[in-house]
Design a protein around this ligand. Structure first.
Ligand SMILES: [Zn+2]
Length: 245
């Protein structure tokens, strides 16, 4: 089956990526992508001491304006490529800084990274509730995903709490080319097979920091095929098709 080509996890020089948004967009066009997402880091945890992050309102605005500018360029030039305005929120961040700096209405994709405990599930629930209280969230414009989720953290727990949570908030699971060990068949029965009845969307990404990594989605795609998650992938593609640009 031929699917649209997507890569929903890409870093630019706004955080720890090595390229400008312009360089990423032009390379993605050459690689024949349908959808990419620029997902720079947002964090005030330990991580913010070692990498650049989207750490001020001004910087976030410049970042969003730049992605918007290149989407307009793509539209005008008749390109099929679209670039989602994304952000990757470190779940070790403080609630107040996320609430203060991240306006969910400005984004198409919010990735959460390091979901390793039930406390992180509670954190996401709290922040989504806060957003829903303060903003009109449009399900057709805003997608939620879990970046490089590692099932081993939940190996001895009941995955049902996690799966119910993902289904309730319509959060997708990412297959990320940098972390093949997370997709081991030892997790098949306890987790990956269950994504099917729970109808959890799945996405492909390469978590790229260099242009040379931008095309690394064959591994993630073969995992989707291997676990027979084509319909889950389609759930995500449907959401992407509904975004208004
Ligand atoms: Zn990342």
């Amino acid at each position: 089956m031929i699917f649209p080509k997507i890569n929903l996890h890409i870093h630019s020089y706004y955080s720890d990526g090595k390229n400008t948004i312009e360089q990423i967009i032009k390379k993605a066009q050459k690689l024949n992508y349908d959808f990419i997402a620029i997902t720079d880091h947002f964090s005030d945890s330990w991580k913010s001491n070692i990498i650049k992050t989207l750490d001020s309102q001004e910087k976030i605005q410049d970042y969003l304006d730049e992605i918007h500018f290149y989407n307009n360029y793509l539209k005008k030039s008749g390109s099929k490529l679209r670039a989602l305005k994304g952000i990757e929120i470190d779940l070790g961040s403080s609630f107040n800084i996320v609430r203060r700096l991240v306006n969910p209405q400005e984004f198409n994709l919010i990735l959460f990274e390091y979901l390793e405990t039930y406390e992180s599930i509670a954190f996401i629930q709290k922040i989504i509730k806060e957003w829903k209280n303060n903003y009109q969230l449009d399900d057709y414009q805003l997608i939620f995903g879990l970046a490089h989720f590692d099932p081993s953290n939940f190996l001895y727990d009941d995955f049902k709490i996690l799966l119910d949570f993902l289904r309730k908030y319509n959060i997708y699971i990412e297959f990320n080319s940098n972390y093949p060990q997370y997709y081991s068949t030892k997790y098949r029965e306890i987790f990956y097979d269950k994504l099917i009845p729970f109808r959890i969307p799945v996405a492909t990404s390469s978590d790229s920091h260099y242009l040379s990594q931008l095309d690394e989605i064959d591994g993630p795609l073969s995992i989707i095929e291997y676990y027979e998650l084509n319909n889950n992938y389609k759930l995500l593609l449907d959401k992407l098709e509904k975004i208004e640009w």
